[in-house]
Design a protein around this ligand. Structure first.
Ligand code: NA7
Length: 534
């Protein structure tokens, strides 16, 4: 068991993923009395928990990494275009070791409550091990996709075999050899794990509700010459990403899909398909904004599925229709469609034959009972607000964050919310993080918030709180830019649509990482406009 956290601190950080580790590094260098509390027994955040076979990042490794230390950039060598979970976890462990972060981390300890004392301008955290920690500032680095959400299916607790959620996979792995395995869910996690499970199981049954738009990852070993060249100009390379809408290097083409001939469309989409990755969304300027333009990309993807899957009935069931391309997160695949050409993989369309219940023997749909030994829930996460609202957070006058956000999250810049001074969210709702290369967003959040803390300390101030009018204006702005796109049309976790009863609010900021950074910089330059500092 890890040592207990100190009782008094200047800054408490919750969560040891990408955001928490960097926040710890930076705040410690500023001379803050800072400590991090983490529920898991190691660092890594979501990469600690998502150990399912095939788990991999859908952002390229040369982008999905820190830039704050040139030494770190120079010494770390990624091996693949898209990094697999074990490699990312090794990287984060390397970071924790290199910067000696573990001495200020308490593991195996979950923060369960946070209570603000307005007179003292401090927060008191309580943990599941009975600790009470008082801190002036709290940095919530609790993750945007970190609360695994099992499906609401009747009888789920009665299943006699083993069942696991992809987002909480056993460290020792799961023996699937010779087993009858069922996977529920075909988002990024399901699509990654299905081909790997198919290689091991005696038989795999895939329960698909909504077919997702899926494009090839074309993963490959990273070319050492390319990686070495990037290292010679990494800062410049990263600076482009910091000012890019998605925090990457994707080029948004200026042409309209509606002006292109069928031949041009086919040729353009084909070139993206060959290259692999999510950039196909930027093949035409109007794919994310215009339904007719979007449909061109959607139909191209459907054509590819029909080519890839031998049984035309299965192919048709795998074809997404009825919602725009890219409005649920675009999924990258490695061998997914091939898996359905195997005799030992069955696709069950739960829109046609809904799951009625889980029984001790397996999954019963309207048509039949599918007998299973192992059941895998690739059913996603309570995204963006889940990890924050799991903690009983009480701001000024005992106001509960759960109450304040009952109709949907409200933040200023995604970083802060009125009534909860000195509490800062990393990759929170209202920030562009989840639609971006999240590490670029995280570095910006950590740097901006630690600069704000430095500003408060340097001016003898103890309190920074979002002003209601500025928060309202930010919420309006987040909604307005979302409405200019097709995103709110898809029934996605961006909207909370995957969690019954969750308010339907488009949570991420689609205005882009570069624009967001400029807004945050202007706010800081104007003496933290929109924050009441006292
Ligand atoms: P996602 O993208 O939320 O996918 C979850 C999948 O599970 C999706 O296909 C859901 O279908 C399906 N699902 C959820 N509940 C049910 C029930 N009750 N019955 C049948 N099917 C269900 O989660 P992932 O883990 O794949 O990916 C999340 C993000 O993590 C990913 O985008 C990356 O950014 C990393 P639905 O589409 O709701 O019909």
């Amino acid at each position: 068991m890890s040592a207990r956290p100190p009782g008094e601190l200047e800054v408490l950080i919750v969560g040891a993923g990408f955001a928490g580790l960097y926040a710890l590094y930076r705040l410690r260098r500023m001379g803050c009395a800072v400590h991090l509390v983490e529920a898991a027994d190691g660092v890594g955040g979501v990469w600690h928990w998502n150990r399912y076979p095939g788990a991999r990042c859908d952002i390229e490794s040369v982008d999905y990494c820190y830039s704050f230390s040139d030494e770190l950039v120079q010494e770390w060598d990624w091996t693949e275009r898209y990094p697999a979970q074990p490699e990312i976890l090794r990287y984060l462990n390397h970071v924790a070791d290199k910067f000696d972060l573990r001495r200020d981390i308490t593991f195996d300890t979950r923060v369960t409550g946070l209570e603000y004392d307005d007179a003292a301008a401090t927060w008191t955290a309580s943990t599941d091990r009975g600790d009470r920690v008082t801190a002036r500032y709290v940095v919530m680095a609790t993750g945007q996709l970190s609360v695994a959400k099992p499906p609401e299916i009747e009888g789920i607790e009665t299943f006699a075999g083993e069942s696991h959620h992809t987002g909480d996979w056993p460290r020792e792995g799961v023996d699937l050899a010779g087993k009858r395995v069922g996977v529920i869910g075909t988002g990024s996690s399901g699509v990654q794990t299905i081909p790997r499970i198919a290689e091991q199981a005696a038989h795999l049954t895939v329960f698909q509700r909504t077919p997702h738009y899926i494009v090839p990852a074309r993963n490959r070993p990273l070319d050492p010459a390319y990686a070495a060249d990037l290292k010679t100009r990494f800062e410049e390379y990263r600076e482009q990403a910091r000012n890019h809408p998605g925090g990457t290097h994707r080029v948004l083409r200026e042409e309209s899909a509606l002006d292109a001939t069928p031949e041009e469309l086919a040729e353009t989409f084909e070139s993206y398909w060959r290259k692999g990755g999510p950039d196909i969304q930027a093949a035409y300027r109007d794919i994310t904004r215009d339904r007719a333009a979007n449909e061109k990309a959607a139909e191209f993807v459907r054509g590819k599925i029909r080519e890839a899957v031998r049984d035309p009935r299965v192919a048709e069931r795998l074809c997404p229709t009825g919602y725009p391309f890219g409005t649920k997160r675009l999924v990258l695949e490695i061998g997914y469609f091939d898996a359905f050409n195997r005799d030992d993989v069955t696709l069950v369309d739960t829109l046609a034959a809904p799951i009625e219940r889980i029984t001790p023997e397996g999954v019963r749909t309207a048509e039949q009972l599918h007998e299973l030994d192992v059941l895998v829930f690739a059913t996603g996460f309570d995204a963006l607000t889940g990890a924050l609202l799991k903690i009983d957070i009480r701001g000024r006058d005992g106001m509960a964050l759960r109450e304040k956000w009952a109709a949907g999250p409200r933040t200023y810049l995604g970083l802060s919310t009125h009534g909860f001074p000195n509490l800062f969210f990393m990759a929170g709702p209202g920030s562009p993080s989840v639609l971006s290369n999240v590490v670029v967003s995280i570095e910006q959040h950590v740097e901006w918030v630690s600069d704000l803390i430095a500003h408060l300390r340097g001016n003898g101030l103890t309190r920074g709180e979002a002003v209601p009018e500025h928060e309202d204006a930010w919420v309006r702005h987040v909604n307005e830019v979302a409405e200019e796109t097709l995103y709110p049309v898809g029934n996605s976790w961006y909207l909370g649509a995957n969690v019954p009863g969750k308010p339907r609010v488009f949570m991420p900021y689609v205005g882009g990482v570069g624009r967001y950074r400029r807004i945050c910089d202007e706010v800081a330059a104007k003496g933290y406009e929109g924050f009441a500092l006292s």
